[in-house]
Design a protein around this ligand. Structure first.
Ligand SMILES: [Zn+2]
Length: 69
């Protein structure tokens, strides 16, 4: 199982293998998995990756993505 959560510092979406203790974000913050708010749990790492990508796009941040207009 993999857990999907947001970085407590910068708000990026991340995932980690369930049972691991911490996950370091690209912003440099180390998230203790005991403290983060878990958004979703999925079976496969590929699903976790897709979910993170989807959420990140939906948030419209961190992608350099610009809506038309
Ligand atoms: Zn972060």
């Amino acid at each position: 199982m993999y857990v999907v959560f947001r970085c407590r510092k910068c708000g990026r979406y991340l995932y980690a293998e369930e049972g691991s203790k911490s996950r370091r974000c690209v912003c440099g913050h180390t998230n203790s998995l005991g403290k983060v708010a878990v958004i979703a749990r999925v079976e496969e790492e590929i699903e976790a990756g897709e979910l993170v990508r989807f959420l990140q796009q939906k948030s419209g941040k961190f992608q350099g993505f610009r809506p038309l207009g």
